[in-house]
Design a protein around this ligand. Sequence first.
Ligand code: FPP
Length: 274
Amino acid sequence: MTVAVGNDKRLQDELKRSGNIPTHIAIIMDGNGRWAKKRGLPRIAGHNEGVESVRDTVEACGQLGVKYLTLYAFSTENWKRPKDEVSMLMRLLMRALRDETDKLYQNNVRVRVIGDIQSLPQEVQSELADAIEKTKLNTGLNLFLALSYSGRWDVTTAIRKIADDVMRGTLSPESIDEPIVSAYLSTKDVPDPDLLIRTGGEVRISNFLLWQLAYSEIYISSLFWPEFRRTEIYAAIADYQHRERRFGMVSEQVQSSGHKPSTVTQFLKNVSRL
Ligand code: FPP
């Protein structure tokens, strides 16, 4: 669904008025292959079109004031895909970084990365390093690309570093608590996602941010990723604003601590009318 610029601004303003904008949104971008297959196209056509959704999502999140956006762009498990698809994905990623970095810089987006970066082809690593360096002083949206990433890899790497520090005597086992574990993960200094979006209709976490998603609200869209554009992000955020996040407490405690149920029903109707 596309919206005219004026309407888009109006929808964004309405969304900002109707409740909290999540600080951190994480997305499992699924369904590129199925989008292509439905149209009789090669899978890479779906990934290509998926880049358009990435562009639209990044732009909309930046405009809404989302502080962190983490995109699951290539999982540890994705290395098992056919060689051709892996190398096309790597080329696509490189091209997207090369083509988009200037615009990301101008839009005050800071590019960051999580994952086993050393396992990526050298050219991708160097394109990433350029994008990270060029945007490092930007203060708007932090765009985290999860590349060669998996939640279990993240936790395992953290455990290894913790064990190392315990052996060296710089960390005592008794001092290890949840904030310490968080500080050893690749997402240290980043608040946990408020909202996890998954496209493509599957209802699973697929080894994404396993530790960090403990209390995230989950939004599943049946749309394939190439179909998921800015109005879908708005609908996901509007849905999030309806949720009551209790973090294990009871409803009364959360409400007395200042939670206001949001009034976004009209907003959702507006989105579906456009
Ligand atoms: C999942 O769809 C998607 C991926 C494994 C890759 C995501 C990559 C992009 C959207 C393009 C590049 C990204 C950036 C950040 C520029 P799938 O292939 O698993 O789809 P399927 O479930 O229908 O097979």
